[in-house]
Design a protein around this ligand. Structure first.
Ligand code: SAM
Length: 287
């Protein structure tokens, strides 16, 4: 999995721990900036992921690192690395496949019948790209030889590391295994060097997906307001309930009436007031 192994923790150079106070400062900053909760149980994970930054900056302790970012004005320059290190980016092609079955069987036939000028989708925490490329395969395949309807997929994430992988569209072969064979044949190119065990998303499919950095905490999103579907899966779990509600309120504003919203299977809108009706397992439709 070398091509997308972004943040394997590296072992300590010395027996260094982050102080409680500095951990508190870091977690408050991350919560305010990107909504992610870092309770004290995540302290070892945070240390493991930040050690690379200490090395890059030639710093020998977490306290020196926190001093650099919080006292010496280093935060602006360090923000992007900090966020790249502390976000969790696990993803898969055809993850939570029931959503893609629902799209193929129910949502897309109905959308295509409406003959929209363009089918518009948004993968709102796209990680290394498996989700938007899966979506592109499913939409492209559904359009098949049918009506000539263009489609586009906006894929956004906060981490610049994952966006760089996503834009490249090169993955270890085994990551594509969940992809149905017919779609794999159509949309995935094998590497000429068979020993590399890498494959690439076909250029024609990549051309339908555009990537951008976006923070779901932003007060407003620079995105069209007539989207046919939004995938915002497996990111809300890192946020608290008020943050989840605020993000979902904003996302719903970007769906056309009848547009679809998909959340991760472990995410829930229970207790929230949103203008949607449930139509599938963690799949909703804008009223
Ligand atoms: C676990 S991955 C989920 C990827 C994909 N949606 C899936 O279900 O396979 C969560 C992604 O959310 C991104 N993320 C976390 N906080 C974010 C924020 N405030 N704004 C935008 N993206 C964020 C992370 O960088 C990470 O790539």
């Amino acid at each position: 999995m070398a091509a997308v192994a972004l943040k394997e923790p590296i072992p300590p150079l010395q027996a260094d721990r982050i102080s409680r106070r500095n951990f508190q400062r870091l977690s408050e900053y991350i919560y305010d900036y990107c909504g992610i909760k870092l309770p004290p149980t995540k302290m070892t994970m945070v240390e493991g992921r930040l050690r690379r930054r200490l090395r890059a900056l030639n710093l020998t302790s977490f306290d020196a690192y926190c001093d650099f970012i919080f006292e010496q004005g280093g935060l602006e320059q360090e923000n992007v690395y900090l966020v790249n290190a502390l976000t969790t980016n696990k993803t898969d092609f055809f993850r939570e496949p029931k959503h893609f079955e629902f799209l193929s069987r129910t949502a897309l036939p109905e959308i295509i019948q409406r003959r929209p000028r363009r089918i518009k989708a948004w993968s709102a925490a796209c990680s290394t790209g498996a989700e938007p490329y899966t979506l592109a395969m499913v939409i492209d395949h559904a359009l098949g030889d049918g009506p000539d309807i263009p489609y586009s997929i906006l894929a956004t994430d906060l981490s610049t590391d994952v966006l760089a992988v996503a834009r490249r569209g090169v993955y270890p072969e085994d990551m594509l295994e969940p992809t149905p064979k017919a779609l794999r044949r159509k949309y995935v190119l094998e590497s000429k060097d068979r020993s590399a065990k890498l494959c690439r998303i076909a250029p024609a499919l990549r051309a339908q997906v555009s990537f951008a950095r976006m923070n779901l905490m932003d007060p407003a999103y620079p995105v069209d307001k007539d989207l046919d579907m939004i995938f915002c899966r497996n990111v809300l779990i890192y946020f608290d309930k008020p943050t989840q509600q605020a993000v979902l309120d904003k996302l719903c504003d970007h769906l056309r009436p009848g547009g679809y919203l998909f959340l991760g299977h472990s995410e829930s809108i229970a207790g929230m007031t949103l203008p949607v009706t449930q139509v599938a397992n963690t799949g909703f439709r804008r009223r």
